[in-house]
Write a protein that binds this ligand. Structure first.
Ligand SMILES: Cc1ncc(COP(=O)(O)O)c(C=O)c1O
Length: 443
């Protein structure tokens, strides 16, 4: 059964601090453990969106009351989103989502490269050919990024607009190691983009250390400076994210991963002044021309509320997520035994997201997709939602992280949320146990 069918026949929505279960006659309660795919909206977020729909319908660029009201709400949200990541309101550009934010960074980096290079060429410092080869901007990223980074980079390469190095993550730590990233730097490198937390393994990448090294390198080399980006979609709302501590130029924010709506934002350290932004769209001047288009006031209101909730409750959320995930791992070990379980989210020397348990139940016929489609209660996935049409092929992210193919084939990505309880965990583990017995023909 696909997720959509599962959701239609009885699912757990976390609203307003309560778990609401819609029962269906013969169906058992469904338990959602796919919070890395998306999260439900908090009730305060729904309220903020609804109020904005009613009261702030005016065009935010209009000077009369409904327009001014919309502008005020947008400004407040910008403050909240900025504060959530340790930045200023002026550093936040609202976008349609994470995919757009990531694309905007890559587009900017290439444009910025050419602008700085041409500038330097005019001064006679640079040449458009190096050893007879045409110069191309060079981008470094990892081989476990979300498709909105991976395919953007791929496309730039395919169109001959950039060279890209996909630094392989270590098969021991599952991290893009600092030395490997630094070793890939070339005189033409214009962007380094490494995600803050991986969506499948939950592994936290050494972004702060990479930024530190690149910043000191930037001081020693001529233009173009290497721009630094991190996709923080999976980290926000689960662990502390602070742009000052990271020393990052751009950071991608995705509302629907932290109980907000399906829009996003890009943090830019001083857009257009300290850090370049070249728009992909041209239009009515909104978002200081960096991302024009009449603002989506209600969704921006919701994003601001979701950000405010993260800022005020992160320590409680983080410790709850960790507690529930550790309990889940313990129960899985107790019920199945250590020999039958492999955690694909435990890597020596690496820290990981508090809510992500990527686990394989070993044995023939226990492929992740097969187990999930036989479960009666559990709603989870085998990996990133954008790879859901990969069938039984193991996740390339797990394989790249050193997980053997036969283990990766059985992977289940269980990601818990703010209101997942120990009771939910007990039911899910029981469901998995019964499913595995059925599939192994013991029942
Ligand atoms: C790491 C990561 N980056 C980017 C995105 C894309 O965000 P959006 O769905 O808002 O385009 C996602 C969401 O699936 C993600 O997990």
């Amino acid at each position: 059964m696909g997720d959509e069918e599962g959701l239609a026949c009885g699912v757990h929505h976390a609203l307003g601090g309560h778990s609401i279960w819609e029962h269906h006659d013969q169906q058992e309660e469904r338990i959602y453990m796919d919070y890395n795919a998306t999260t439900p909206l908090e009730s305060e977020v729904i309220l903020a969106i609804t109020e904005a729909l009613h009261d702030a319908w005016g065009n935010p660029s209009s000077s009369y009351r409904p327009g001014r009201k919309a502008k005020t709400i947008i400004n407040q949200s910008r403050e909240n989103v900025g504060r959530m990541v340790g930045g200023q309101a002026e550093d936040i550009l609202f976008t349609s989502g994470g995919t757009e934010a990531n694309n905007l960074v890559f587009h900017t980096a290439v444009k910025h490269f050419w602008e700085s290079w041409e500038e330097a060429e005019k001064k006679g410092q640079e040449k458009s050919h190096l050893n007879g080869k045409a110069i191309l901007p060079h981008i470094i990223t990892s081989n476990v990024e979300h498709d909105s980074v991976r395919l953007t980079a791929d496309n730039l390469m395919k169109e001959g607009k950039a060279d890209v190095t996909f630094v392989p993550v270590s098969k021991v730590t599952a991290r893009a190691e600092v030395e490997d990233v630094m070793a890939a730097v070339r005189p033409t490198t214009c962007l380094i983009s490494v995600m803050l937390a991986n969506n499948e393994t939950g592994v936290l990448m050494p972004v702060r250390e990479i930024c530190e090294r690149v910043r000191s390198l930037n001081k020693q080399r001529p233009a173009p400076r290497i721009l630094l980006h991190t996709d923080a979609a999976q980290a926000i709302g689960k662990v502390r994210v602070d742009v000052q501590e990271l020393g990052i130029d751009y950071l991608t924010i995705v509302g629907h991963k932290f109980y907000g709506p399906r829009i996003g934002a890009l943090y830019v350290n001083g857009p257009g002044t300290i850090t370049p932004v070249f728009p992909m769209f041209f239009g009515g001047g909104q978002e200081r021309n960096f991302r024009p288009g009449t603002e989506n006031t209600p969704m921006i209101a919701g994003l601001g509320k979701a950000a405010e909730l993260v800022s005020s409750h992160l320590p409680q959320h983080e410790s709850h997520l960790r507690d529930i995930r550790l309990y889940l791992e313990q129960r899985l070990q107790d019920v199945f035994g250590m020999e039958k379980i492999r955690f694909n989210s435990h890597f020596p020397g690496s820290e990981s997201l508090p809510n992500t348990c990527n686990v394989s139940i070993l044995g023939p016929g226990l492929q992740g997709q097969r187990v999930l489609s036989s479960c009666r209660r559990l709603l989870a996935s085998v990996g990133a939602a954008c790879h859901s049409n990969r069938g039984d092929r193991p996740s390339h992210i797990l394989l790249s992280s050193g997980i053997p193919a036969e283990v990766a084939a059985n992977a289940l990505r269980l990601s818990v949320g703010r209101r997942t309880t120990r009771g939910d965990v007990d039911l899910v583990v029981e469901d998995l146990w019964e499913t595995v017995r059925r599939l192994e023909g013991q029942d």
